[in-house]
Structures are given as structure tokens and as C-alpha cells.
Design a binder for this molecule. Structure first.
Ligand SMILES: [Zn+2]
Length: 421
């Protein structure tokens, strides 16, 4: 293989659009890295295209002369591609810099380099990616936006939806939330926006459009009125299911309330030691039975004698979990007896919860009947939490949304040398 061909292969450049016309290794000064400059020109006969839309457009002028694009490093050296950047006259966009095959419009980096950096930012975070490639955090942030925008322009995530989950996600302390919509079939996040109110949910349905909203068969969510009222308004045909994730969350909160009351009673009655011991039970009680060690299980069995009220509350939480995993008919019967038991339990938080569950009974039964489990909400919630903590919080909701979409919408770039697509 000739040197030039080896070089072109190493650079991953497309043979049908560009020609390598020269190269130079520029020595780094003051301990800096060496830089390999590669001069390119468009292949003769390749017609100029608009940088914004890719439409073949007539030549306008030579533009601002030479431009540079940082490319993937070559061994120890960094690498830059250098080429003329003529302008074309697009019918729609007017005079624009012509498209180059190896870079996105308006970027100082090649497509391959950007894909690599964004890939790294997704698996670690933007700061780590910035350090790894010796560029600024802001540059990484812009790459993420460019890559996500390009991918989202290519695919329509709102096409063919049948069952979706609508949920809220915290992005910052002090009640700052995003509304996030997932597709139950693919498990992907398909839409996200700052805010959690009726206007936010309406914005989703505006994006979806009337026809596609009419094709929605199931929507899962929690009991939030701001979600439910808009579903009733925009997708009245859809069956609304109550997310199991939230339902169990309610039962866990009720259990914690009982535990707190009992602890306070013990303290008031002077049982300081018993109270202290009881406080330590908190996390054990809230965990799922199957995740407890045998010693912890023993402690919970002892609770039956030690504190009947706390034990009853724990039983009610675990029983509700069981009911949610039963086949439909058994679950309906199970729910009846659960509601009777909870109502008579003399535990105020569970009496209240029984009332709430009666109110949402149709939604809960729909969840069991259609087996729309909490898997999607749970795994997306966990993943979004990881994204948030990897970045140590987000100040800008748009930047958080970009990372959520890159991570969870199935639009993450592949490594530049990946051969599958
Ligand atoms: Zn154009």
C-alpha cells in the first residue's frame, strides 16, 4: 500500500469526496504536543453543497480561505485537517460555507473527533472528556448539543407510540424539575422538557400532534393531576395506568410514617433504648423482603412481638407488592382483601392510602391487566440519577436534557471506527 493510501486509511477519510494533497509535522513548542497537519481538497467534480441543508448549490466565492478542523489524534501527535472553505449560494439559506464530508456545519472539529469526545462524555462526563482530549468543557458541551441535534433531526422518536410513561425528574435542588416521557415498548426516553405542570404536558402533546395522540393506547403516570387532566384532554382514548413504581412508593411512605409515629410514642414513654433500636430499623423496613439478609429477616419477625403496629404496616407494604405481581384475576381479589385489611388496620397512613387506592383503582387494575410494569420508569430514573451525579448536578436544564437524550434515547454516537451501524 502506498504511503498516501496508508495515511488516508489512518485518517478514515472518504475516498470519493476528498484528496490528501500534503502533510506536515509541526513540532510542539514549550513541551506542547506535535501536530500533524493534513491538507485536503475536494475531489474534482464533487459539487458544492449547502452546509446547512446539504442541497447542491452554485459556487459563490472562495470564502475566508483556509480552515482547520481538529481530528482524532495520530499517535503522540494531535492532528488537524486543513482545507479551503468556499461558499455556495443556497436557494433556502442564502450564502453559506459549503458542506465538508468530514465535519458538521459550524464546527472546528471533525465529525469523527466529535463522536469520540461525545462517546467519552456519555460514559464518564463532560469534564473528564474535556481533560482526556485537551479541549474546554464548553467545547464538549457544544459537541454534545450538535451531535444530539443532528441525531434527533434524523429520527422521529414520537413516531408509532402505543404505550408511554410520563414522569417528573429533579435536576436541581429547590424543586427544579423536568417532565420526561418514555416509550414502554423500546424503553427509550423520547421527550423531555423543563417544568412540571399542565403546560409542559400540553407541549408534549403539541409535539406529538392530534393524530398520533389518538393512537396512544396506554399512558402510565403517578397520581399527579397535572398529568392526568391533560391526558384526559388530549388522549381521551388512552387507558391511564398508575405506575407500580409510584404505587409502591406511596406504601413505603405510609410505612415510614407509621414507623416514625411509633418511634415518637416510644420516646415519649421514656423507652429511650427501645426508641433508639427502633430508629435503626428504618432502612430495613423500607427494603424489599427478598433483599434482606436472614439476620434482618429475623429482626423483622421479632418485630411482630415487639411492635405490632409497625409490623402490620410492614406487612401491608409487602402484601401490596405481592398483589401487583399477581395475574389479573388473582390481583383483583388480592386488592379487595388488601383494601379491607388496610381500612381496618387502625393505621392512619394506610387508611388514607386505601382511600387513595380506591380512587385510582381503575388505573391500578389497568396496570396489572396490561402488565405495564415499573421497569421502564425505574431503570430510566436510575440512569437519569447517574447522569446527574456524574455531572455533579446540572444548572442548565437544557444541558441536562441533551445528556438524557444522548444516554437514553438511543442516539448516542458510535465510536468512529465502529463497523456496525
Ligand atoms: Zn441550504
Amino acid at each position: 500500500m502506498r504511503d498516501k493510501s496508508v495515511l488516508r486509511k489512518l485518517l478514515g477519510l472518504c475516498v470519493s469526496t476528498v484528496v490528501v494533497v500534503g502533510r506536515e509535522l509541526v513540532e510542539g513548542r514549550g513541551g506542547g504536543r506535535d501536530r500533524l497537519d493534513i491538507w485536503l481538497r475536494a475531489k474534482v467534480g464533487v459539487r458544492g453543497r449547502c452546509g446547512k441543508c446539504g442541497t447542491v448549490s452554485p459556487w459563490f466565492d472562495k470564502g475566508g480561505g483556509e480552515r482547520r478542523w481538529r481530528h482524532i489524534d495520530m499517535g503522540m501527535a494531535t492532528c488537524e485537517l486543513v482545507a479551503e472553505a468556499p461558499r455556495v449560494s443556497c436557494r433556502e439559506h442564502g450564502v453559506t460555507v459549503a458542506e465538508v464530508s468530514f465535519a458538521r456545519h459550524d464546527s472546528a472539529f471533525t465529525r469523527a473527533f466529535e463522536d469520540l469526545v461525545v462517546f467519552d462524555a456519555i460514559v464518564s462526563n463532560k469534564l473528564a472528556a474535556a481533560r482526556r482530549h485537551g479541549i474546554s468543557w464548553r467545547a464538549v458541551d457544544h459537541m454534545c448539543i450538535r451531535v444530539a441535534t443532528e441525531a434527533l433531526g434524523r429520527i422521529d422518536l414520537l413516531e408509532g407510540l402505543v404505550a408511554i410513561a410520563i414522569d417528573e425528574v429533579k435536576y436541581k435542588k429547590g424543586h427544579k424539575y423536568l417532565t420526561v416521557v418514555c416509550d414502554h415498548l423500546t424503553g427509550r426516553v423520547i421527550w423531555a422538557m423543563k417544568g412540571r405542570n399542565k403546560e409542559t404536558v400540553r407541549a408534549f402533546f403539541d409535539a406529538l400532534g392530534e393524530e398520533r395522540a389518538g393512537q396512544l393506547q396506554f399512558v402510565t403516570c403517578d397520581g399527579a393531576e397535572w398529568i392526568r387532566s391533560v391526558i384526559a384532554e388530549r388522549a381521551p382514548e388512552a387507558i391511564v395506568c398508575l405506575d407500580t413504581f409510584h404505587l409502591i412508593g406511596w406504601a413505603t411512605a405510609a410505612l415510614d410514617e407509621v414507623r416514625r409515629e411509633e418511634w415518637n410514642t416510644l420516646r415519649r414513654n421514656g423507652g429511650a433504648h427501645a426508641a433508639k433500636e427502633f430508629k435503626g430499623l428504618r432502612w430495613m423496613l423500607l427494603r424489599n423482603w427478598e433483599n434482606l439478609s436472614s439476620k434482618q429477616k429475623g429482626t423483622i419477625r421479632d418485630l411482630e412481638r415487639a411492635n405490632k403496629r409497625a409490623f402490620r404496616a410492614w406487612q401491608l407494604k409487602e402484601e401490596l407488592r405481592d398483589v401487583m405481581s399477581m395475574p389479573f384475576m388473582a390481583a383483583r381479589r388480592g386488592l379487595d382483601s388488601w383494601l379491607a385489611y388496610a381500612s381496618r388496620s387502625k393505621l392512619t397512613p394506610f387508611v388514607k392510602l386505601a382511600r387513595t387506592i380506591r380512587h385510582y383503582r381503575d388505573s391500578i387494575e389497568a396496570t396489572i391487566e396490561w402488565k405495564l410494569t415499573n421497569g421502564i420508569s425505574e431503570s430510566n430514573n436510575a440512569a437519569i440519577g447517574r447522569i446527574r451525579s456524574a455531572a455533579r448536578g446540572f444548572h442548565d436544564p437544557e444541558s441536562f436534557i441533551t445528556m438524557i437524550m444522548l444516554n437514553r434515547a438511543g442516539i448516542a454516537p458510535q465510536l468512529p471506527w465502529s463497523t456496525t451501524s
